[in-house]
Ligand binder design. Structure first.
Ligand SMILES: *[C@@H]1O[C@H](CO)[C@@H](O)[C@H](O)[C@H]1NC(C)=O
Ligand SMILES: *[C@@H]1O[C@H](CO)[C@@H](O)[C@H](O)[C@H]1NC(C)=O
Ligand SMILES: *[C@@H]1O[C@H](CO)[C@@H](O)[C@H](O)[C@H]1NC(C)=O
Length: 415
C-alpha cells in the first residue's frame, strides 16, 4: 500500500529436494511453497496493525484474538504484517505508538505486542509475512530514516539503497528483530522461542513497496539484505515486498538468489484502472487487474519461484466510507482477482497465493472517511488514508462468504 498521491511512475530444477516434512516451516521448491510435506497455496490478508493490537498496555488483545478467530473461521491462514514502525510519535498520519520511537530505541510494549500477535497466530496454525520497513512514511519508514540519519525528510526515498549509513541502520534492526526472544511463549508456555526459530514466521520481507531508483543500487541492496537475513534466519524465507512490473527493475530484483519468492501488488483505483463511483467500468477494472497478474506471471515464468499477489483491494459501492454501505462491487472485483490467481495456481503453480487489503474486523472509523488520530481504532486503512476506504469488516458477510468459497478452493490445492 502506497499513498493515493502516488506519482504513477512509474533454470530449471534438475535435482529437486524432497520437501521438508513436518518442520512447520514453509519451504520453497521450484514454483511451489511446501508446508509439512504438502504444497501450500493460500488466500491471506494484510493485517499490518496486529502488532499494535497485541500490545499489553496500549493495545486490545481481546480484539486481536477475536479477529484471529474470525479470520480462521473463513479460512484465512496467512497474514502480511508490519514488524517495524518508526517514530517520533507526535507526527500525524503515522501508526502510533511506534515500535522504534527514537533511533535504535524500541517500545517494549509494542515489541511484546508483536510477540503476542505471533504467539496467537502460532497456536492457530497461521503464518506471517513480516515486513521490515516501508518506502512510504505512514509507518515512519525510509523517510524517517532520512530525517534521523541524514537530517532531511525524503518522501520519495529512492536514494536509500545506495546509502550505507541508512542501509546499515536497517541491518541493525534486522539483527534485533530476528534474534528476539518471543516473551509470549515464555509467559504462556515457559518456552524459549527466538523469532528466527519460529515456524509461524513464513518470511521476512525487506520493505513495503521499496521502489527502485537506480536498478543496480536497488538490486545490490536486495542482494545484500536478503543475504544477511538468510545468514541470521536460514529456516525462514525472504521476499522483497515490491509492486511488480508497474515499477522498474522488478525482474532483476526477483532474480536475486536469496529472494525465495516473488511478490507484486495491484491497485485498480490508485493506478486509474477503475473509478469507484459507479458499477460502470468494473469489468474494465477486473480485466486490467487480471492483465496485470498475467504480465507479472509471464515476466517471471522462467524464474521458477513461487509468486504471490500480496496486496489488492477496492472501495465499497460509490466509494462510500460507511461500514454499513453495500460492497457487492468490491466482492465482484475480489472474485475476478481470485479466479485469475486460481487459474494460474492450477496451471503448473504459476501463482501460489493472494492477499486482499485489508481486514479491519471489529474496528470502526471514528468518522467515516476522516483521518485517523491516536486513540481511534486501527482498521485496514493506514493512518494516511481516509478511514474506511478499503477495510473489510466482520459484518461484511457477503465478502466473508466469498472469502470462504475461495479459501476452500485454495485449500483443496494443498496436497
Ligand atoms: C477492545 O475491542 C473490543 C472489540 O473486540 C471492544 O468491544 C472493546 O471496547 C475494546 N476495548 C478497548 C479498551 O478499546
Ligand atoms: C516531536 O518529538 C520530537 C522528539 O521525539 C521532538 O524533538 C519534537 O520537538 C516534537 N515535536 C512536536 C511538535 O512536539
Ligand atoms: C549477489 O551477491 C553475490 C555475492 O556477492 C554475487 O555472487 C551474486 O552474483 C549477486 N547476485 C546478483 C543477482 O546480483
Amino acid at each position: 500500500m502506497g499513498t493515493k498521491y502516488l506519482l504513477s511512475i512509474l533454470l530449471l530444477c534438475a535435482v529437486c529436494h524432497v520437501a521438508q516434512a513436518s518442520s512447520g516451516f514453509v519451504t520453497v521448491n521450484g514454483r511451489n511453497f511446501y508446508l509439512d510435506g504438502k504444497k501450500y497455496f493460500y488466500i491471506g490478508t494484510n493485517y499490518w496493525h496486529g502488532m499494535n493490537l497485541g500490545a499489553p498496555s496500549s493495545g486490545n488483545q481481546t480484539r486481536l484474538t477475536e479477529e484471529l478467530d474470525q479470520l480462521q473461521e473463513y479460512g484465512i491462514k496467512n497474514l502480511r504484517i508490519m514488524g517495524s514502525t518508526q517514530g517520533p510519535d507526535n507526527k500525524s498520519k503515522r501508526i502510533v505508538p511506534s515500535l522504534e520511537y527514537e533511533q535504535g530505541k524500541y517500545n517494549e510494549d509494542i515489541f511484546e505486542g508483536l510477540d503476542t500477535f505471533l504467539y496467537e497466530m502460532g497456536i492457530r496454525d497461521m503464518k506471517a509475512v513480516v515486513t521490515l520497513n516501508n518506502f512510504w512514511e505512514w509507518s515512519g519508514g525510509f523517510p524517517q530514516y532520512f530525517e534521523w540519519y541524514k537530517g532531511h525528510y525524503n518522501l520519495y526515498p529512492t536514494g536509500f539503497y545506495k546509502d550505507s549509513t541508512l542501509t546499515s541502520k536497517l541491518d541493525d534492526f534486522i539483527r534485533v528483530i530476528i534474534n528476539r526472544e518471543n516473551t509470549a511463549y515464555k509467559k504462556y508456555e515457559g518456552k524459549t522461542v527466538l523469532y528466527k526459530d519460529d515456524p509461524t514466521i513464513m518470511a521476512w520481507q525487506l520493505a513495503n513497496e521499496p521502489r527502485a531508483g537506480d536498478c543496480t543500487d536497488w538490486v545490490k541492496w536486495i542482494n545484500h539484505t536478503s543475504t544477511l537475513i538468510k545468514e541470521l534466519a536460514p529456516k525462514q524465507l525472504v521476499s522483497i515486498g515490491n509492486e511488480g512490473t508497474i515499477t522498474g527493475c522488478s525482474e532483476r530484483g526477483n532474480h536475486v538468489e536469496n529472494i525465495d519468492y516473488i511478490t507484486f501488488h495491484a491497485w485498480a483505483q490508485n493506478w486509474g484502472w477503475y473509478s469507484p463511483h459507479s458499477r460502470n467500468g468494473l469489468n474494465n477494472g477486473i480485466s486490467r487487474a487480471q492483465g496485470y497478474i498475467t504480465s507479472n506471471v509471464n515476466l517471471n515464468k522462467n524464474r521458477n519461484k513461487p509468486m504471490v499477489l500480496e496486496e489488492f483491494g477496492l472501495a465499497r459501492n460509490g466509494n462510500s466510507y460507511d461500514p454499513a454501505s453495500e460492497c457487492d462491487i468490491r466482492n465482484d472485483y475480489y472474485d475476478g482477482v481470485f479466479s485469475k490467481v486460481y487459474d494460474f495456481a492450477t496451471d503448473e503453480s504459476l501463482m501460489s497465493g493472494a492477499n486482499f487489503w485489508a481486514y479491519g474486523g471489529t474496528g470502526r472509523p471514528r468518522s467515516n472517511g476522516g483521518w485517523w488520530k491516536e486513540g481511534d481504532d486501527l482498521i485496514g486503512d493506514p493512518p494516511h488514508e481516509r478511514q474506511g476506504w478499503y477495510t473489510v469488516y466482520n459484518t461484511d458477510q457477503s465478502t466473508l462468504d466469498l472469502l470462504k468459497k475461495w479459501t476452500t478452493k485454495f485449500d483443496e490445492l494443498c496436497q
